[in-house]
Design a protein around this ligand. Structure first.
Ligand code: GDP
Ligand code: MG
Length: 164
């Protein structure tokens, strides 16, 4: 758990997401300091903690962000997600509701389809990525309205399917 003195090759920001009291702060305390407390108030106010580790011979500094209790008020701000390359969705195995809340429907949207001649991302690449990650995928154009309704409607229909 000690910090490394050599140069850092990568910094990865990862955010913890989930209902209040599912154990986000304690998971972070365990990972960053190998600590655990049954008193949840102990860690409120902490923004992020880091741990440096070696992955594939590279020095990786993990910067793990905690909500600092903001999830209670649904007030988690965009600054929380900014620059994040990963997210951990946490639920409490003993609280069904905390799992239902995390059932998030994610769609990958390739926008500006009207600029087809400038395409730099093949539809196949995006499709493969979406399939691998279990995401819905659609290419849209806000300019000429292509697939905008279908994109939103399929996300909303899927959410409806999940929550009802
Ligand atoms: P947060 O609101 O998601 O950050 O949740 P906390 O990390 O503050 O944890 C909420 C409560 O659950 C605290 O009382 C913790 O001690 C407890 N807790 C967290 N993780 C675990 C765990 O793995 N097992 C058990 N039994 N309790 C836990
Ligand atoms: Mg917390």
């Amino acid at each position: 758990y000690g910090e490394f003195n050599h140069k850092i090759d990568y910094v990865f920001k990862v955010v913890l997401i989930g209902d209040s009291a599912v154990g986000k702060s304690q998971l972070l305390a365990r990972f960053a300091r190998n600590e655990f407390s049954l008193d949840s108030k102990a860690t409120i106010g902490v923004e992020f903690q880091t741990r440096t580790l070696v992955i594939d011979h590279k020095v990786v500094k993990a910067q793990i962000w905690d909500t600092a209790g903001q999830e209670r008020y649904r007030a988690v701000t965009s600054a929380y997600y900014r620059g994040a390359v990963g997210a951990m969705l946490v639920y409490d195995m003993t609280k069904r509701q905390s799992f239902d809340h995390i059932n998030i429907v994610i769609m990958l949207v390739g926008n500006k389809a009207d600029l087809g001649t400038l395409r730099a991302v093949p539809a196949e690449d995006a499709k493969e990525f979406a399939e691998r990650e279990g995401l819905f995928f659609m290419e849209t154009s806000a300019l000429d309205a292509t697939n905008v309704e279908p994109a939103f409607l399929s996300v909303l229909t899927e959410i409806y399917r999940v929550v009802t």
